[in-house]
Ligand binder design. Structure first.
Ligand SMILES: [Mg+2]
Length: 277
């Protein structure tokens, strides 16, 4: 199958759901005409074979789902509604047929569910699978949820249960939109609670106190994994009021920016640092 054939097939499947997209797949660029009432947010995430998945344990459709979900989770963390995505994909030559087809099947299934338009991308050959998914979302002007808004006295909350990576993570988009009404800061949990909370506190210039007995641990997991494993794709947020969306696991305090205590003891950030030791 030629590259043009492949692109035509993807184009036929990619629905143009959002009127903000004036031009999707087929030209040199996608064309977007944003509404002045919104801020646009952008994020990009790499999904790499043998780093984030192996071909032995993941089906192609699952890799497609995962690649988009990782990026959508960042949109959720900003409290934004999805608009469009661009997908750059490189695969070994022998995967250009069915594998590639199934990858897009998985990706577009999740895209349809969250009403995000696949508006373009790139295809290339490489020795291993590398997928880069760029997502754009929109938020009412000035209402994006940032990492920098946490205040001393705010409660710390998480959605879902932690410590068990999901093969098909469900990005928390509706929860993220609901959080805009009351959260002071938010981010998604992709690299582990200890490291991600440390990052949120650094950005907000605050410290945090966690209560281990309140952390919602996934069935079959442990506190250690809930604290330090990545790939949860749940939302971590702070709020001054009681939140219905999540479980309260601690409180924001004045203190050394970025420092996290667990049951009164310093908790070192040990999550997934791509370039850490
Ligand atoms: Mg993130």
């Amino acid at each position: 199958m030629s590259e043009l054939d492949i692109i035509q097939r993807i184009r036929a499947r990619a629905k143009r759901g959002n009127s903000t997209i004036r031009l999707g797949i087929g030209d040199d660029c996608a064309l977007l005409r944003p509404d002045a009432k919104f801020d646009l947010v952008f994020t990009t995430d790499l999904t790499i074979e043998n780093r984030h998945f192996t071909r032995r344990t993941y089906k192609a459709s699952e890799v497609g789902h995962l690649a988009l979900a990782r990026s959508l989770s960042d949109l959720a963390a900003m409290g934004s509604e999805p608009v469009f995505c661009l997908v750059a994909l490189a695969v070994p030559g022998e995967l250009a047929g069915r594998w590639l087809n199934d990858f897009y099947k998985g990706l577009l299934h999740l895209a349809d569910k969250h009403k995000i338009t696949l508006a373009g991308g790139d295809l290339s050959k490489a020795d291993t699978v590398i997928a880069d998914v760029m997502c754009c979302g929109r938020v009412p002007r000035g209402r994006a949820l940032l990492r920098s808004g946490a205040k001393p006295g705010d409660g710390i909350f998480v959605t879902g249960r932690l410590g068990k990576p999901k093969r098909l993570p469900e990005p928390r988009l509706s929860e993220g939109i609901a959080l805009r009404a009351f959260a002071s800061a938010a981010m998604d949990l992709s690299d582990g609670l200890s490291l991600d909370l440390h990052r949120l506190c650094l950005e907000s210039g605050v410290a945090a106190e966690l209560d281990s007995s309140k952390i919602p641990i996934a069935r079959g997991s442990t506190l250690e994994k809930a604290l330090h494993y990545g790939e949860d794709y749940e939302l971590l947020f702070t709020a001054s009021a009681v939140a219905l969306e999540g479980t309260c696991i601690g409180v924001i305090r004045k203190g050394k920016p970025g420092q996290v205590h667990l049951d009164g003891r310093i908790l070192k950030p040990k999550g997934w640092d791509h370039f850490g030791g």
